[in-house]
Design a protein around this ligand. Structure first.
Ligand SMILES: Nc1ncnc2c1ncn2[C@@H]1O[C@H](COP(=O)(O)OP(=O)(O)O)[C@@H](O)[C@H]1O
Ligand SMILES: [Mg+2]
Length: 230
C-alpha cells in the first residue's frame, strides 16, 4: 500500500471549463525522493495542492496512508504531510521568525524548552539567527524561502512536498538544503520536489515524474527502475 495514491485524478478550476489535470495515476511511498518536473502551467502545483486536500479532485480518488483523503481534516493531513508553498508569502503568518519556526511544535503541546531548542537549531542551520525577532514578511525572498522551509521541517512531517524550494536560494544554500533533505530522506521521510532546477533535481531525485498539459508524460518509476523518457 502506497503512502500517497492517486487514481484517475482529474481536476478543473471552478468556472474555467478547461481541464488542468487529466486522469493522473500515481503512487508514492515514504522511502524515496520524487521530483515532479515539466513546463510552467503543466499542473504541478495544482497536483500537489490536491494531494494535501487544499483542492478537491473533480474526478478520481486520492488515498493517504490507505484511507480516502476526503475523510481527513486539513489538520490531520497537515500532521502527516508538510507542504512548502511556491510563494512563501502565503505561508508565513507569525509575528517573528522564531515564532514561525516554533508555531507547529507549540501548537502540538511541546514543552517550551524543547521548542526553543528546535528553533535555535533551525535558525542556525538556515542562517536566520540574526532575524530571530524580525517580522517574517520583512525578509528578502531567499530568507523567506529558507524560513518557510525551516518552519515546515521543524514539524518533522512523515512526508514532505516542496514546491520550487530552491527559488531565491544561492548555490551554497541550495547545497545546504539538499544535504538536509537527503539526511531526512535517509531517516525515512519521503518527499516530492516540484522543481525547474535541473541540477537540483539531478542531484536529489530517485524518481522523476514529468507532467505536461495536465498529464503524466513520463515516469522513471520507483528508484528509477523503468526507463525515463526525457
Ligand atoms: N487558482 C487558479 N484558478 C484558475 N486557474 C488556475 C489557478 N491556478 C492555476 N491555474 C491554471 O492551471 C494550470 C496549471 O497551473 P499550475 O498547477 O500552477 O502549473 P505549474 O505549477 O506546473 O506551473 C495553468 O493553466 C494555470 O493557469
Ligand atoms: Mg507551480
Amino acid at each position: 500500500m502506497a503512502f500517497l495514491e492517486l487514481t484517475r485524478v482529474s481536476f478543473s478550476y471552478p468556472k474555467r471549463g478547461r481541464r488542468v489535470l487529466t486522469e493522473i495515476d500515481l503512487a508514492l511511498d515514504r522511502d524515496e525522493i520524487t521530483a515532479i518536473v515539466g513546463p510552467n502551467g503543466g499542473g504541478k502545483t495544482t497536483l500537489t495542492k490536491l494531494m494535501i486536500g487544499v483542492l478537491q479532485p473533480s474526478g478520481g480518488q486520492i488515498r493517504l496512508d490507505g484511507r480516502p483523503l476526503a475523510g481527513y481534516s486539513l489538520g490531520e493531513i497537515g500532521r502527516r504531510v508538510g507542504y512548502v508553498f511556491q510563494n512563501p508569502d502565503v505561508q508565513l503568518f507569525c509575528g517573528t521568525v522564531a515564532e514561525e519556526i516554533g508555531f507547529g511544535l507549540t501548537n502540538r503541546g511541546y514543552k517550551p524548552e524543547m521548542v526553543e531548542e528546535r528553533i535555535q537549531f533551525y535558525l542556525d542551520y538556515f542562517e536566520l539567527g540574526v532575524y530571530r525577532n524580525v517580522f517574517p514578511l520583512h525578509l528578502s525572498r531567499g530568507e523567506k524561502q529558507r524560513l518557510a522551509i525551516a518552519a515546515v521541517l521543524a514539524n518533522e512531517p512523515l512526508f514532505l512536498i516542496l514546491d520550487e524550494p530552491t527559488a531565491g536560494l544561492d548555490a551554497y544554500r541550495k547545497k545546504l538544503l539538499a544535504d538536509y533533505l537527503q539526511k531526512i530522506a535517509r531517516l525515512g521521510r519521503g518527499m516530492i520536489l516540484v522543481s525547474h532546477d535541473e541540477p537540483f533535481v539531478g542531484r536529489m531525485a530517485e524518481r522523476v515524474v514529468a507532467l505536461k498539459d495536465g498529464r503524466i508524460q513520463s515516469d522513471s518509476g520507483r528508484k528509477g527502475n523503468a526507463a525515463y523518457e526525457a
